[in-house]
Write a protein that binds this ligand. Structure first.
Ligand SMILES: [Zn+2]
Length: 324
């Protein structure tokens, strides 16, 4: 593997405008284990460094032969009900990839092999924080190839208008949710994913569900591993988790986190503004299909230090700063 130097997130301010942002992987491998949300089984997960231009690749170690690797790419998404599931067309799948993908996007990890001994990424605490912790524990290294980003050139939307992406100077997201529930109700958030804002403002936001839906989901063979340890559960106008919420607007923050994870299945960091109105995994994937069907709407590019520096103070938009 070609490694030039160790770079920590805090070193980004040392970038010169003329520097080109390089690809990154993790310094050494690291492992954790946890429960799979839907199957309820215990899963072991290992993150391994990968060569430049590998991208993010899942490897099922419980399946022998060449069918065991699946690239984390939008056209490999085979199911978007409840979570995002990747498949290789030969029946091998990896489910619930979005919180891990969000962490890798937020931590700026371009290349990684993710080994799993089961069909689902462990849910951990329902957020991206445990995966950010793993990356932080081992640190990241720069590689000898420039980071390839996807620049949005014109606005693309899904047919139902629930999600769109437009040109911008860095990745930013603007999401609105509107649930028929007094606790969750209407929330909106605009945030730029730069300068560590993912780890500070989004990574800890947990997935959530409604108590009255849990029995129906269990009957459908889903959320067998779900508990108050890995989801915020809402009943009427109350959160039943004893510790309450991690952010006042944790619900919309989690939807932003989900969208970041789903968008990273584009295969590169997207430079553009995402807008979602009650969007979810299906809409996020439909948006990537719409984007890649229109070759005039995007281009590959490199990221210079000037781009990174101009985005550095744009992490929290004023409407968030007032409510945080
Ligand atoms: Zn989620």
């Amino acid at each position: 593997m070609s490694i030039s130097k160790v770079t920590k997130t805090s070193d980004r301010r040392l970038l010169k405008p003329t520097d080109v942002v390089m690809q990154r992987t993790i310094k050494t491998s690291i492992n954790c284990s946890g429960v799979a949300l839907h199957s309820g089984s215990k899963v072991s997960l290992t993150l391994l460094p990968a060569e430049a231009d590998t991208g993010i690749v899942f490897r099922r170690t419980d399946i022998a032969g060449k069918g065991a690797e699946i690239k984390a790419l939008w056209h490999n998404v085979v199911d978007t009900r409840m979570s995002t599931t990747l498949g290789n067309g030969e029946g091998v799948t990896v489910g619930t990839v979005e919180h891990l993908m969000a962490a890798l996007s937020g931590c700026g990890v371009d290349n990684l092999v993710i080994e799993l001994n089961g069909p689902e990424v462990p849910i951990m605490d329902g957020s991206s924080q445990p995966f950010v912790f793993l990356v932080d524990c081992v640190g990241v290294v720069e590689q000898n190839s420039p980071r390839r980003v996807i620049r949005i050139l014109k606005t693309v939307s899904t047919n139902d208008g629930a999600a769109m992406i437009s040109p911008g100077s860095h990745l930013s997201l603007d999401i609105e949710i509107d649930f028929d529930n007094d606790m969750v109700s209407k929330q909106s958030l605009s945030i730029g994913v730069v300068n560590g804002s993912f780890a500070k403002e989004l990574a800890r936001a947990r997935t959530f569900g409604f108590l009255h839906q849990v029995e129906a989901l269990r009957a459908a063979g889903l959320v067998k591993g779900g508990s108050l340890d890995n989801a915020v559960v809402v009943s009427g106008d109350k959160v039943i988790n004893e510790e309450g919420l991690r952010y006042e607007d944790e619900f919309v923050r989690h939807k932003v986190l989900d969208a970041i994870g789903d968008l990273y299945l584009s295969g590169a960091q997207i430079i553009g503004n995402f807008k979602g109105i009650c969007s979810g995994h299906a809409t996020n994937n439909a948006l990537l299909h719409a984007l890649f069907e229109d070759s005039d709407s995007w281009e590959y590019g490199e990221l210079s230090g000037a781009d990174a520096l101009s985005a550095i103070d744009g992490d929290i938009f004023p409407d968030l700063a007032e409510t945080a």
